[in-house]
Design a protein around this ligand. Structure first.
Ligand code: G
Ligand code: G
Ligand code: MN
Ligand code: NA
Length: 256
């Protein structure tokens, strides 16, 4: 209990002092001969915190403490601030917890103001919906996402093929992208069952006009294999590790 209240104070300190640092991992398009940069996934980092087991531990603890909205909002704001002036045509993938769709501050109006402040537009942004807990109110989720999409934002379902069933979200929310969880990609070239599953996602995605993103690509063989299955985009350590935005020379050159 003492430990818990210390952790709670550490979390409040992170929120008050805005101590989250965003890093960005490239997402590559496989639609031409040579892979080309499509965009970045923003990932939260906690410099120097010894209280949490990485960002996942932090987000889980915030959930238990009823601070999901506040933490998600901070991470979202930091993700946008951290890549101010992102070139037009690039996508910025931002993780959001499904639950925050009930948060009044997750509003298109507020998000737009923030984007404009940093020289970005709704067309840059893809919200990655992570279902750490399942979506309870699909009608509410559909309403808010529809509102966002009419303004140019896009939607991805994250971690497909792992843990919680993402099939209902795919059917109900009709996302622009499905991100295939890295557990499905690891060793796919040597595992017929994984290949079948990805093929099934590819068939479904083609019918629904959804693009696929394979996560966790670490080996050349995995990249070749998913490409042959028709997966349009890829992300993983083979293609690039998460890094501060300033370390992407091509982007900073664009911005002077
Ligand atoms: O980057 P890393 O593998 O350490 O991230 C661990 C988990 O934390 C991932 O599942 C990722 O989705 C989640 N995560 C990282 N950054 C954010 C964020 O800014 N918002 C939310 N909601 N989840 C995040
Ligand atoms: O849950 P989500 O998909 O948002 O998680 C993204 C996390 O996956 C990030 O924390 C990132 O560091 C991690 N990640 C990205 N690429 C790879 C990879 O190739 N291998 C492994 N093991 N993790 C990866
Ligand atoms: Mn993600
Ligand atoms: Na994922």
């Amino acid at each position: 209990a003492a430990e818990r209240s210390l952790k709670r104070r550490a979390l409040e300190h992170i929120l008050d002092e805005r101590l989250i640092m965003p890093v960005y991992q490239p997402i590559m398009s496989l639609q031409r001969d040579k892979a080309s940069l499509f965009g970045y996934e923003a990932l939260s980092r906690l410099p120097g915190s010894r209280w949490f087991d990485g960002p996942l531990g932090l987000f889980q603890f915030a959930d238990e403490e009823g601070l999901t909205y506040a933490l998600d909002r901070l991470a979202r704001e930091k993700a946008i601030e951290g890549c101010a002036g992102l070139a037009s045509g690039r996508k910025l993938f931002i993780n959001i917890t499904a639950k925050i769709m009930n948060d009044a501050s997750f509003s298109p109006g507020q998000t737009l103001l923030l984007l404009q402040q940093y020289g970005l537009s709704p067309h840059h942004v893809v919200f990655e919906i992570t279902e750490r807990t399942s979506i309870e109110d699909f009608d509410a989720a559909k309403r808010i996402l529809h509102h966002y999409r009419t303004q140019g934002y896009q939607i991805a379902i994250d971690d497909a093929g792992a843990g919680y069933s993402s099939l209902q979200s795919i059917v109900e929310l009709k996302p622009d992208y499905i991100k295939l969880d890295r557990s499905l990609i690891r060793g796919i070239h040597q595992d017929g069952m994984k290949a079948h599953l990805v093929q099934t996602f590819a068939d479904l995605a083609a019918k629904m006009d959804i693009k696929l993103i394979a996560e966790g690509i670490e080996e050349d063989e995995e990249l070749l294999y998913i490409r042959a299955l028709g997966v349009q985009y890829a992300q993983g350590f083979l293609l690039g590790r998460p890094a501060p935005f300033a370390l992407y020379p091509s982007e900073t050159a664009v911005n002077g």
